[in-house]
Design a protein around this ligand. Structure first.
Ligand code: PLP
Length: 381
């Protein structure tokens, strides 16, 4: 078998831009280049586009437009929320976060700890879910709790409504970068005070995201400068990116059911083929209670396997998969998410994350499993 196909199964790292999204963006890069803060016609046109996008995206998550602030992506939104709550807004002096958060939550929390703020880490069970009883012990009005909606490595969905019920007095943030557009996401239903979104995981452009800040919260900007975004995030609004985010979000939600059905079908096929053809495969992603597009596996003989070699071997066959969060790839650290789920360091190191999209085909899945069989064979000899 030589590399006869190019099969992209790394959609949790990023997705290709939807051509319709690109088309919608182009006029805002070419003729409509105005600054949304300018008073003249060029500026006013840009302002209308930004506010229409804000209105539509806010409605898609059950928020009011004034509760949505555009950022450069998920990393900035997480940083701004955690740091502003402690420093600029002085709302909290403790940050509690789950052991399986993305580094875009863990690292700002650790930076706050170095500045003297209290932090606590919520453990997870072997399925990757936080324990609401543990959350209940940390319920306090001057505490910010950050628990992601769904995990980027395993796809596991966190029991956010139970977390909210267990900590009614705390401020609650959720990183919904991976879940928005894959499962229903509604800020009011979940009862969160803050949320993080990013466009490039849903076939939108890179470099744009948003933070939801519940109305009534006196949020002070973490990034200072102009008075954009009602003084909550300084910087000239990237109109084309915002319009791209709007169209990508609209399509993701409008087509949610069909996309989910398609991704579930492909994930089931992948799981079945892995069970049939790959001896010793272990699933880190449960069949229920996970995103429809992620299948994370490891192996019973993980100590004999090298995770990076597996990924590079798959790449030689033209298959893109990942061994955890793309941001940590190359650092050779076993995944903190899988370690928190009590996998051994060897099992965490040998893990492979397949993340699909509705655009993948059954042939892609068959080809990927065949490639894995061939990559594993010499390693197991
Ligand atoms: N949070 C989660 C759960 C993610 O998966 C990612 C990206 O991988 C981020 C945050 C960072 O988002 P962005 O790439 O938009 O900065």
């Amino acid at each position: 078998m030589t590399a006869t196909r190019a099969v992209y199964l790394d959609h949790s790292a990023t997705t290709p831009l939807d051509p319709e999204v690109l088309e919608a963006m182009l006029p805002w890069l070419r003729e409509h280049f105005g600054n949304a803060s300018s008073l003249h016609a060029w500026g006013r046109r840009a302002r209308v586009a930004v506010e229409e996008a804000r209105e539509e995206i806010a409605a898609l998550i059950g928020a009011h437009p004034s509760e949505l602030v555009f950022t450069s992506g998920g990393t900035e939104a997480n940083n701004a929320i955690l740091k502003s709550c402690c420093v600029e807004s002085r709302l909290t002096d403790t940050v509690v976060y789950s052991a399986v958060e993305h580094h875009a939550v863990i690292h700002p929390a650790e930076a706050l700890a170095q500045q003297g703020f209290r932090t606590a880490v919520l453990s997870v069970d072997s399925g990757g879910r936080v324990h609401p009883e543990e959350v209940a012990q940390l319920n306090h009005p001057r505490t910010l709790i950050s628990v992601m909606h769904a995990n980027n490595e395993t796809g596991v969905i966190e029991p956010l409504e139970e977390v909210r019920a267990a900590a009614p007095d705390a401020l609650l943030h959720t990183d919904a970068v991976q879940s928005f557009g894959k499962i229903p996401f509604n800020v009011r239903q979940l009862g969160v005070d803050f949320a993080t979104l990013s466009a490039h995981k849903i076939h939108g452009p890179k470099g744009i995201g948003a933070m939801y800040i519940r109305r009534g919260i006196d949020f002070k900007a973490h990034q200072h400068g102009g008075s954009q975004e009602r003084n909550r995030r300084a910087g000239t609004e990237p109109v084309a990116l915002i319009v791209g985010f709007q169209v990508a979000a609209r399509k993701a939600i409008r087509e949610l059911q069909q996309r989910v059905q398609r991704m579930r079908h492909l994930s089931h096929l992948l799981r079945r083929l892995l069970c049939e053809r790959i001896p010793g495969v272990l699933f880190n992603t449960p069949e229920e209670g996970a995103l429809p597009n992620i299948v994370n596996i490891t192996f019973s003989d993980a100590h004999r396997l090298d995770g990076d070699a597996l990924i590079l071997g798959m790449d030689l066959y033209g298959v893109a998969v990942s061994n955890g969060s793309a941001c940590t790839a190359g650092s050779m650290q076993p995944s903190h998410v899988l370690l928190a789920m009590e996998r051994s360091p060897a099992q965490a190191r040998a893990a492979i994350r397949f993340s699909l999209s509705h655009e993948n085909t059954e042939e892609d899945i068959l080809y990927a499993v065949e490639a894995l069989e061939r990559v594993l064979a010499p390693m197991r000899d």
